[in-house]
Design a protein around this ligand. Structure first.
Ligand code: M6R
Length: 346
C-alpha cells in the first residue's frame, strides 16, 4: 500500500535507506556463499536494464578491489560471451524479479559450463530455483515499474560480495553509513521538486560520469527517459568529445555526477567543456564544493564523506527524485510508464 504517499515510486525512493539496512543483514549469508563458491578466476555479470547498471558498478568494484577480471553483459546479448564461460567462471545474474526471460535463458545456459549465482529480490522466483547460489536482496516488494529501492539493494549486496571477496573491511564499514546519507538526500525533496519544475521544458538531457560514476549516469538517464519520456543519454564523461559534445548547446540540461575521488579533476574538465557551450549544468557533488557550485546552474549536494566508491548508492537518489517530480509536472503517472511492465517474461 502507498501508506499516505501519492505514488509507490516516492514511497520506494524514501524506503531506500531501509533497503540498505535490511540487505546489510545478509552479511553472514554472503560470506557463506563466497566460501562455498571457492576459487574464482573470472566473473561475468548478466542482467538487463537497471540491474545491468548495478552490474557495471559490480565490475568496477571487483576489478579495483579484488583484481578479478570481470565482464558485464546484457542478458539478451549473452550468448556470444557465453562461448567463453568455463568451470573457472562465476556467472552472476542480477535481477529484481528473478523472472526476466533473457536473464533466465542465459542462466540455464551458464549452468552447463560454470558456477552460477543469482542476486534476486523476489523469494522463490525462477532464478532462485536455477542458480547454484542465491543472494536475496531485502528491498521488500517494489510496485513502481521504475526500479529504485531494488537497485540500491542490489548495489548493497554487490558491495558486500565484493568487499568480502577482497577482504576490504573499510568498505563494509562505509556501507553502514549509507542509510544516513540517503536520508540526507530524500529529506531535501521539496528543493528537488522546486528545481524540477524549472526544467520540464527539456526535450533532451545528458548525464555524465566517470569511473564509479559512469553507471550512475546510465541509471540517471534511464530513470528520466522511462517515466518522463524525455530523451536522455548517459555517457562516460571522457566520451563527450567523441560525439555527444556536438549536441550540447544552451538549451540542453547536462547532469554531471562528480563526487570527491580520483576522477574528480578529469570530470571537472568535462564539466568545464560543457559549460563553455553554455549548457544548463545540474551537478551532483559534495556539499560545500565551491568549484562545482561556481560552474553549475544547480547543485544537488551530498555529504562530502561520500567518495567515488560508494557514490553509486547515494548519488543516484537526487536523480531518481528529479525524474519523479518532472513526471508529476508533466501530468504522467510515475508508477505506470507507458509500454513498460514490471516483469518481462517474454
Ligand atoms: O527484474 P529485473 O531486475 O531482471 O528487470 C530488469 C529490467 O527490466 C529492469 O531493471 C528495468 O530496466 C527497470 N524496471 C527500469 O526501471
Amino acid at each position: 500500500q502507498k501508506e499516505g504517499y501519492d505514488h509507490f515510486m516516492i514511497k520506494e525512493i524514501i524506503e531506500q535507506s531501509d533497503a540498505v539496512k535490511n540487505t546489510l543483514g545478509q552479511k553472514e549469508n554472503i560470506k557463506k556463499v563466497i566460501e562455498e563458491i571457492g576459487d574464482v578466476k573470472r566473473i561475468c555479470f548478466v542482467a538487463c536494464g537497471t540491474s545491468y547498471h548495478a552490474s557495471i558498478s559490480g565490475k568496477y568494484l571487483i576489478e579495483s578491489l579484488a583484481g578479478i577480471p570481470t565482464d558485464v553483459v546484457i542478458a539478451s546479448e549473452a550468448k556470444y560471451t557465453a562461448k567463453t564461460w568455463n568451470e573457472d567462471t562465476l556467472v552472476v545474474f542480477i535481477s529484481q524479479s528473478g523472472e526476466t526471460y533473457d536473464s533466465l535463458m542465459a542462466l540455464k545456459q551458464a549452468r552447463e559450463t560454470s558456477k552460477t549465482l543469482a542476486v534476486v529480490n523476489v523469494a522463490g522466483s525462477a532464478m532462485t530455483e536455477e542458480a547454484d547460489f542465491v543472494i536475496q536482496t531485502q528491498a521488500g516488494p517494489e510496485i513502481g515499474v521504475a526500479a529504485t529501492k531494488t537497485y540500491i539493494a542490489q548495489l548493497t549486496a554487490i558491495y558486500l560480495f565484493a568487499g568480502f571477496l577482497a577482504g576490504e573491511e573499510d568498505l563494509i564499514e562505509q556501507l553502514e553509513k549509507v542509510p544516513k546519507y540517503i536520508d540526507e538526500v530524500t529529506i531535501q525533496r521539496k528543493y528537488i521538486k522546486e528545481i524540477s519544475s524549472r526544467y520540464d521544458f527539456a526535450d533532451d538531457a545528458f548525464f555524465l560520469g566517470r569511473g564509479f560514476s559512469y553507471p550512475i549516469a546510465l541509471e540517471g538517464a534511464l530513470k528520466l527517459k522511462e517515466i518522463t519520456y524525455i530523451h536522455a543519454e548517459g555517457y562516460a564523461a571522457g566520451e563527450l568529445k567523441h560525439g555527444p559534445l556536438a549536441l550540447i548547446d544552451e538549451d540542453v540540461p547536462v547532469f554531471v555526477i562528480i563526487p570527491p575521488g580520483d576522477d574528480y579533476d578529469k570530470t571537472m574538465t568535462n564539466l568545464e567543456e560543457v559549460r563553455a557551450r553554455d549548457a544548463i549544468i545540474l551537478s551532483v557533488g559534495a556539499k560545500g564544493d565551491e568549484r562545482i557550485a561556481e560552474n553549475s546552474r544547480i547543485v544537488f549536494e551530498i555529504d562530502p564523506e561520500v567518495t567515488d566508491i560508494i557514490a553509486p548508492l547515494v548519488y543516484i537518489v537526487p536523480l531518481q527524485l528529479i525524474s519523479y517530480y518532472v513526471t508529476l509536472d508533466k501530468g504522467y503517472d510515475p508508477d505506470k510508464p507507458r509500454n513498460l511492465a514490471k516483469v518481462i517474461t517474454v
